[in-house]
Design a protein around this ligand. Structure first.
Ligand code: SF4
Length: 211
């Protein structure tokens, strides 16, 4: 899809032409069961597909589920940590955890874990505090998670095996700490309704209180 045209940069006629071309392309696919799109395009793709009853999801949702060995429902349930922090039910502090030590050049770009996600979380839960961990399991597991944190926000974990990611999820579940992941939180922050659509192919839905 030409996202510029679909967002109306060339005017209404160009937008309608692009929408029609996109829908024609999708609907002409034989035996098509589901569209997988970039989450950056979800604002224009999702309304079109929803309006035509076409199931769809995003690469980041597919990867969140795949890299965690099928734990997408845990990440969706973990979003409830946001309202629990806002209501004072859980500590207003988020552990942002990345599974590797990649370069973080915050002077020239907005690093997702250090800059972008804290901004999103501050908007969703004003006054929230942050702690970061990068890398090894012992660092990740060393904090007293259940008492200190209202939410653990984990990266996509592309440097972990599904077994390693599963081990981290098991720790969170046994401690009862809400856990979500970068892609799920960013989708939710962009549009709860759109997130609700892209998890439907996995037979999941957000509770109505979150929509
Ligand atoms: S998603 Fe991959 S590259 Fe990014 S922080 Fe996590 S392990 Fe590192």
């Amino acid at each position: 899809m030409d996202l510029g045209a679909a967002r109306g940069k060339g005017g209404d006629v160009a937008r309608e032409t692009e929408e029609a071309r996109f829908l024609d392309t999708v609907q002409s696919q034989r035996d098509m069961r589901c569209v997988i799109t970039d989450s950056q395009a979800i604002d224009v793709v999702s309304p079109l597909l929803m309006g035509n009853d076409i199931p769809h999801t995003t690469f980041s949702i597919v990867m969140a589920n795949y890299l965690s060995g099928g734990a997408l429902s845990t990440f969706v349930d973990g979003l409830e940590g946001l309202s629990q922090m806002a209501s004072g039910e859980r500590p207003k502090k988020v552990l942002i955890s990345e599974a590797c030590n990649h370069d973080r050049i915050t002077s020239t770009c907005d690093d997702i874990g250090l800059v972008q996600l804290p901004k999103v979380l501050e908007r969703l839960v004003p006054g929230v505090e942050f702690q970061h961990t990068f890398g090894r399991d012992d660092e990740f597991l060393s904090d007293d998670l259940s008492k200190e944190y209202g939410l653990v926000l984990h990266c996509g974990g592309c440097m972990l095996s599904p077994q390693q990611m599963r081990a981290r999820i098991d720790v969170m579940e046994s401690l009862g700490v809400p856990l979500t992941n970068y892609g799920v939180l960013l989708s939710y922050a962009k549009s709860a309704a759109a997130l609700n659509e892209v998890i439907k192919p996995y037979d999941l839905e957000l509770p109505s209180s979150m929509l």
